[in-house]
Design a protein around this ligand. Structure first.
Ligand SMILES: [Zn+2]
Length: 321
């Protein structure tokens, strides 16, 4: 860790991220630092039946980790050239859309897609959301907060965070910026209101937008669990979602049990650290963009019953269980 501090002097007390970060490219994991200047080429081939995906153009893309102080709205080094060179401060850099990808794009019922990928098992630790325009596939905006557990002891939080985020070298950033789930939702609601996705006094559901998740766990299991722990009524905008794996199964007629499988099958290179929420959300958003470019029409795959919210109705007969 001492080496890490010497290598990236931001923040001064931080166990900086790059020293421990592993970047997975084509199933090959190598220490991030040794390839931090490596040029990552976007995949130009896709499934035989699918549109050639050159969406990640330009062809060469130098991947850099996001500045996680920036994603929390807390970066104070925006005028430091060395810092800007080392860390990405532009979400859309990894989510660029090439105009040639729009040829097979189909009309969509929804205007906006909110890619959500929660982290944390006992309680939510990270809440990243990426907003994608369903009609142009373009990245619009992001919301990212680290979440402070409300029931856990300080000691337990220290262990939990070291185990989870220490291996990515971002545990210091987590401690510096995490806020309780209740506060995260308050900020998220302001963010959604600013984007006209939601208005509290109009019933509380999303307006022509839907969450997109990889699996049902995030909204079926973890959100209600955390709402109970945080003693809040589950907001109505969490009542329905799109499970990308079900859409994938019904569109490509092949099973993918997780994000990594979808990426492997679609030959999309994985960027960043798997299980760092913001990186996973970006990779899921890239799978989503690829599927849109292949002509998928998105629809809600699961919705809670308003009468008995514990009950979830699934809309595809053929789905990942
Ligand atoms: Zn920064």
């Amino acid at each position: 860790m001492a080496f890490a501090r010497a290598f990236v002097p931001f923040p001064p007390s931080s166990s900086s991220r790059p020293s421990l970060l592993f970047l997975t490219i084509s199933h090959l994991s190598v220490p991030f630092q040794s390839i931090r200047n490596l040029t990552v080429s976007a995949s130009s081939s896709a499934l035989n039946s699918s549109a050639s995906m050159e969406m990640e153009a330009p062809k060469t893309h130098r991947w850099r980790p996001m500045c996680l102080y920036y994603t929390q709205g807390r970066c104070i080094k925006m005028d430091d050239a060395t810092h800007l060179e080392k860390f990405n401060h532009n979400y859309s850099a990894d989510l660029k859309v090439n105009a040639t990808c729009l040829n097979r794009l189909r009309p969509q019922d929804l205007d906006y897609l909110l890619v959500l990928d929660l982290e944390g098992k006992v309680e939510i630790l990270e809440f990243p959301v990426l907003m994608i325009d369903a009609k142009t596939m373009e990245f619009i905006d992001a919301f990212h907060r680290f979440v402070r557990p409300s029931l856990m002891s300080k000691q337990k939080i220290m262990e939990y965070i070291e185990g989870k985020y220490g291996r990515f070298g971002v545990d210091r950033i987590w401690h510096d910026t995490a806020i309780p789930f209740k506060d995260v939702l308050q900020e998220f609601e302001v963010w959604m209101t600013n984007h006209h996705l939601w208005e509290k006094d109009q019933g509380g559901s999303l307006h022509r937008a839907a969450f997109v998740t990889c699996g049902n766990w995030d909204l079926k299991t973890m959100i209600p669990k955390q709402c109970k722990i945080s003693k809040i009524k589950m907001p109505l905008y969490f009542m329905e979602w799109i499970n990308l794996k079900d859409i994938y199964l019904n569109f490509y007629k092949r099973t993918a049990t997780g994000m990594m499988t979808m990426m492997r099958q679609l030959e999309i290179p994985v960027w960043g650290s798997h299980h760092l929420g913001i990186d996973d959300a970006k990779n899921i958003a890239r799978v989503l963009q690829h599927m849109l470019a292949d002509g998928v029409v998105l629809q809600i795959t699961a919705r809670r019953s308003t009468a008995s919210p514990d009950e979830v109705n699934f809309f595809f007969g053929n789905r990942i269980r």
